[in-house]
Design a protein around this ligand. Sequence first.
Ligand code: HEM
Length: 140
Amino acid sequence: MSEHNLFLNISLVWTLVAFLILLVSWRLANFGNRQRHRQLMIFLTLAAWIFIAVYLWQSQRPQPLVGIKEEYILWLVFHGVIGLIALLGATALVFARLWQEKHAESDLYLNRHHKVYGRVFISLWLFTHIGGVINYILFI
Ligand code: HEM
């Protein structure tokens, strides 16, 4: 298997696994299982940053593993912007919650509105992973 295909296949597996974990984590939050929801969201947020770092690293190589096709540029910008909004938002939610665990007296805006923002960011994040499947089909 070429490096190009290997990279795309690994990305596809990750996007499907992360999609499922996101759904499970949302369900857990719904059922009030705060501890598991917390662990999964921290794991997913860290893993998503690692995924972006690997993606940027490969795009800087003299021979990128995935070359950008110009005809898909608008879609890729849209996909990337939505994904970054979701990830920056999730990172802010994680930090706000961790801050509150250390400083019980804190009353952060993001924590008071965690549910609303969480629903928005998880929805955007799920959409981003659907985009990951579309990218696989476009670039394989
Ligand atoms: C340290 C990290 C996190 C902790 C400790 C945590 C904790 C909680 C808790 C206790 C709830 C119950 C409702 C509430 O108190 O507001 C909740 C709900 C929720 N969280 Fe988180 N959360 C974390 C990270 C995240 C992140 C990063 C997202 C989204 C990107 C998220 C999305 C949601 C959603 C969507 C709900 C509402 C579930 C529903 O009723 O639809 N959470 N979270």
